[in-house]
Design a protein. Structure first.
Length: 204
């Protein structure tokens, strides 16, 4: 118990106010996204702006670059969720086929290999894991913006690996955040899945 309290004390001392703010906004983003509330995107925009600097300061280069992409996707996500489709309806939850998932995995592995090889030459931290989580998150964020149901399953894998990276960089609050993300991703998947099936039933 004493060791746990010492670890928590050390973790709290190592956590900056900026990281706490980024964590709070990231939680707000996920909770709002679970409810398909468009306000999730402004929360994401500010949170990722903070994380861009935080990750760069601890030499997680790919994670830092990923945050810039997140900011762009926050703007796109706002647009996609607030504009009607060609059929005149709001964007609905959809699913990907097995072929689409396999294609996505192949692309992620190819990009991971390419960027990890480059990062090894500049002594970046954890080039392979950093690259894998980054390229996976690039794809998965697009899936969120397009309301693809399986995005939540992708996030469970990505967030699990990310926790290891952040713990090794003393980003304790962010590590706890991603642990919470795993739990909320399971809940988000169930909520979106129910909405998806309710929509199908109403159309039949």
């Amino acid at each position: 118990m004493t060791e746990l309290l010492q670890w928590l004390s050390t973790a709290w001392a190592a956590t900056s106010n900026w990281e706490l703010l980024a964590v709070a906004l990231a939680i707000a983003y996920l909770l709002l996204a679970m409810k398909q509330n468009v306000l999730c995107w402004p929360a994401a925009l500010i949170s990722t702006a903070i994380y861009t600097w935080l990750f760069f300061s601890v030499t997680l280069v790919m994670e830092s670059l990923l945050q810039i992409y997140y900011m762009a996707m926050a703007i796109y996500g706002w647009y996609a969720w607030t504009n009607k489709t060609d059929e005149g309806d709001a964007l609905a939850i959809s699913r990907w086929s097995l072929r689409q998932h396999i294609s996505a995995l192949v692309v992620i592995l190819v990009l991971t290999t390419a960027s990890a090889t480059l990062l090894e030459n500049i002594n970046a931290s954890y080039p392979w894991l950093d690259s894998f989580t980054t390229w996976s998150a690039v794809l998965t964020t697009w899936m969120v913006a397009r309301k693809v149901l399986e995005n939540w399953l992708y996030w469970i894998v990505i967030n699990s690996i990310s926790i290891y990276l952040y713990l090794n960089k003393d980003l304790y609050a962010t590590s706890l955040l991603f642990g919470l993300y795993i739990i909320l991703s399971i809940s988000g998947y169930m909520m979106w899945k129910k909405d998806y099936h309710d929509t199908l039933n109403s159309q039949s």
